[in-house]
Design a protein around this ligand. Structure first.
Ligand SMILES: [Zn+2]
Length: 486
């Protein structure tokens, strides 16, 4: 058996979350929820004689993505017509960028599960428009919805730097994370606003020529991307090992059978007869605009993780989890600005808040606990007004009622007892009430110490300061030992 090197390049299509479409004033609507064919006009329905106008917001979003992916920006942009006929494309051509895309020669760093980092080249980022959506009916016939026709679409093409299903998945996840950070795409693959199409080929290790490749479609998740690519790698290796030849074709992914299947063969590159779109002038992107968009980019995930490691002393794992989504990161940073110990904030966010969010199925944007609210709660723990356990209960109350920590503590009388005399008196009472346990303890049954602590905490309704209980209990038990021995 030959050892093969898998070569994978990925084309990723992302709809841009602009208010209106790429070349007309129609609203961009949710393609799953909106009534079909309600966000359409003569331009996006391809009526003859209608003229497209470029959506500046879409170009600004494309520019953000190209800059975030470290691309060289093309100042002189030309739109082209990509000609083909299909029922979801009423003009019989798609306006796209061909020879002069907005961004070229970029890169993105990915991290694999082993912790290894890898840089993947970005060949090009270009602007185009989405097509309509076809629904094929079981009984025959198809329905077409043009709400999606003309929605701004960005195509991001990687270099063939990806060598396994796992790397493909890590790359897809990273691009999605960046798009979400930039606020240009929701990343919702189930709604089709983000689509990935890997092309996969094998070549014997040590050789340089590319083998025949297959392209995968219908991948509706990053797991499907990883599994589909792994399946194709194994399938092609088997064909090559048996002395066969891989057919260059488009293959679909069957999500329940977990296999790929042939859709159509693609012997030659399709001839789309590209030519410059005569209805649109060249689009010039000025240096000033590039500088302005660059300055407006948010801190991106890799930079944020580095910043958390250096400035907050977090572990790499914690930093990654906090930086995974921009909203969570922003929430954490605001809380950290109001409380001096970022590690304590991190623990409370990752353990307690995430658990509450899970239980109540709420996102960080939906929940009622604010960053300053958590900081106030942790301040009550820091100054010994609350112990950790009571603070957890208070947080759960804050989560469901939206009340502040101080208000809940006052209303429920939860403030911790840190008065030494009061606690000493409480301990003395418990020890007096349980002479048999005291004797047993003094005779060596040391595990009874935990039982005493439990009694004291229960009698104080959990409000006794645990550190003080520990110290004072040690003192009183020692005194009783002395009086016992005397
Ligand atoms: Zn329209």
């Amino acid at each position: 058996m030959t050892n093969y090197e898998p070569i994978i390049g990925i084309e990723l299509h992302a709809e841009l979350m602009t208010n209106s479409k790429m070349f007309c004033g129609c609203k961009v609507v949710d393609s799953v929820e909106a009534e079909p064919n309600t966000a359409v006009c003569p331009v996006c329905l391809g009526m003859p004689g209608m003229l497209p106008v470029i959506n500046k917001q879409a170009v600004a979003f494309a520019l953000r993505v190209a800059l975030a992916l470290n691309c060289t920006i093309q100042p002189h942009n030309i739109f082209a017509r990509k000609n083909y006929f299909y029922p979801d494309l009423p003009k019989a051509y798609q306006i796209s960028q061909y020879e002069l895309p907005i961004g070229t020669d970029g890169w993105v760093d990915i991290q694999l599960e082993s912790g290894e980092h890898k840089r993947i080249g970005i060949r090009r980022v270009h602007m185009e428009e989405d097509t309509g959506k076809l629904t094929h009916l079981d009984g025959g016939g198809s329905l077409v919805d043009y709400n999606r026709s003309g929605v701004p679409l960005l195509e991001i093409v990687s270099e063939p730097d990806i060598h396994s299903g796992e790397e493909a998945r890590a790359y897809g996840l990273k691009i999605r994370q960046i798009l979400r950070y930039l606020g240009v795409n929701s990343g919702d693959m189930e709604k089709g606003v983000l689509r990935v199409e890997p092309n996969i080929s094998l070549r014997p290790v040590g050789t340089t020529a590319f083998g025949k490749r297959t392209e995968l479609k219908n991948l509706n998740s990053f797991k499907a991307l990883a599994d589909g690519a792994a399946y194709e790698i194994a399938r092609q290796a088997e064909i090559l090992d048996a002395g066969g030849a891989v057919v260059q074709e488009t293959r679909g992914w069957h999500d329940t059978k977990r296999i790929t299947f042939s859709q159509r063969s693609k012997e030659e590159a399709e001839d789309y007869r590209y030519f410059p779109e005569p209805d649109l002038p060249p689009l010039h992107i000025s240096d000033e605009w590039i500088v302005q968009v660059q300055a407006g980019l948010p801190e991106l995930p890799d930079a944020k993780i580095a910043h958390y490691l250096a400035d907050y002393g977090l572990s790499e794992y914690d930093a990654r989890v906090l930086a995974e989504e921009r909203e969570v990161a922003a929430w954490f940073e605001e809380a950290a600005a109001h409380f001096p110990d970022a590690k304590t904030i991190t623990n409370w966010v990752l353990n307690n808040l995430f658990q509450l969010m899970n239980e109540h199925k709420q996102t960080i944007g939906e929940m009622q606990v604010t960053p300053t609210g958590l900081a106030e709660l942790l301040q009550l723990v820091a100054d010994n007004t609350l112990n950790n356990n009571t603070a957890k209960e208070v947080l759960a109350d804050m989560f469901t009622t939206g009340e502040s920590a101080k208000a809940i503590v006052a209303a429920k009388g939860l403030a911790q007892i840190s008065d030494e005399d009061a606690i000493a008196a409480l301990i003395a009472t418990i020890l007096d009430q349980n002479p048999n346990q005291v004797t047993a303890y003094l005779n060596g049954k040391e595990q009874l110490r935990g039982w005493f602590v439990g009694q004291i905490m229960r009698t104080s309704q959990g409000k006794a300061n645990p550190a003080l209980v520990n110290t004072l209990l040690t003192t009183q038990l020692a005194q009783r030992r002395l009086s016992d021995e005397a």
